[in-house]
Design a protein around this ligand. Structure first.
Ligand SMILES: NC(=O)c1ccc[n+]([C@@H]2O[C@H](COP(=O)([O-])OP(=O)(O)OC[C@H]3O[C@@H](n4cnc5c(N)ncnc54)[C@H](O)[C@@H]3O)[C@@H](O)[C@H]2O)c1
Length: 254
């Protein structure tokens, strides 16, 4: 599918890989709506790319329905939906003060997994009402962002890894759900990417992490994620699967 002229919704688009994807798709001619929990960031990136930026919590059903309705009113129903919103707080099952608070686990699953499902369900309903855009019969494409933690979660990453493994698990059934409508569903599982999500780490930890990537021996760049998103949109045979974007890293126990 070509990007040019189509409406695109990007969650978590106020920062990191989502922001870079917003810039890339806008440069390729998409009409971009950025959704982010942070209103200022959403509005700033939306303005930068000549699109729309809206505050939205992806975990909130009514909030997402409202935001997608506003995106639809501005740009028409989206044919491209890229889900980058995510959080990664670490929490061991049992800490110094006892069992991990259940709300912490619940919130990570709500944002990363249920939030992605929430946005996809509303976007897919819009796409279903559109005419196919080419002779292949494509109506649209939706992309989730998992993580290599779906396969090799680290200490303290039970919630994050479970949420990302949930995205991996739902990719094929969602693609099957939507196949008859000509809507594709793909997931990208990044390794270690150079975004604000890693900013909290001390420089020596970031350097050690970068050196642990077999090749190229560095952190991935948000632009490399955007490259893959662009290719997934363009390539109609990519459907129902997960692509690792990780320089061959396989996270070892720490
Ligand atoms: N950086 C990495 O190394 C890495 C590796 C693997 C996967 N990922 C995943 O990639 C995605 C993008 O992460 P990033 O590295 O660009 O991080 P980032 O922190 O720069 O961006 C994430 C964005 O999501 C937004 N967000 C958080 N909760 C939200 C909510 N409830 N509703 C709407 N927006 C919300 C944040 O405000 C932020 O702008 C995330 O899903 C993350 O889990 C990141």
């Amino acid at each position: 599918m070509n990007v040019a002229g189509h409406s695109a919704v990007i969650t978590g688009g106020g920062s990191g890989m989502g922001a870079e994807t917003a810039r890339r798709l806008a440069r390729a001619g998409a009409k971009v709506t950025v959704l982010d929990l942070g209103e200022a960031a959403a509005v700033a990136v939306g303005a930068e790319v000549g699109g729309l930026g809206l505050a939205c919590d992806v975990a909130d059903a009514a909030g997402v329905e409202d935001a997608i309705a506003r995106a639809r009113a501005a740009h028409g129903p989206a044919r491209i939906c890229v889900n980058c919103a995510g959080i990664a707080p670490a929490q061991r099952l049992v800490g110094r003060s006892g069992p991990a608070p259940l709300d912490g686990f619940r919130r990570v699953v709500e944002v990363n997994l249920i939030g992605t499902f929430n946005v996809m369900r509303v976007c897919a309903a819009d796409m279903a009402g559109l005419d196919p855009v080419n002779e292949t019969g494509e109506r649209g494409v939706m992309i989730a962002t998992a993580s290599v933690a779906a396969y090799e979660g680290q200490v303290g990453q039970a919630a994050y890894a479970a949420s990302k493994a949930g995205l991996v698990g739902m990719t094929l059934p969602l693609a099957r759900d939507l196949a008859s409508l000509g809507i594709r569903v793909m997931t990208v599982a990044p390794g270690l990417m150079d975004t604000p999500m890693l900013d909290g780490m001390p420089e020596d930890v970031r350097e050690r992490l970068a050196a642990s990537v077999p090749f190229p021996r560095r952190l991935g760049q948000p632009g490399e994620f955007a490259d893959l998103v662009e290719h997934i949109i363009a390539n109609a045979m990519l459907n129902g699967s997960v692509i690792r974007l990780d320089g061959a890293i396989r996270m070892q126990p720490r």
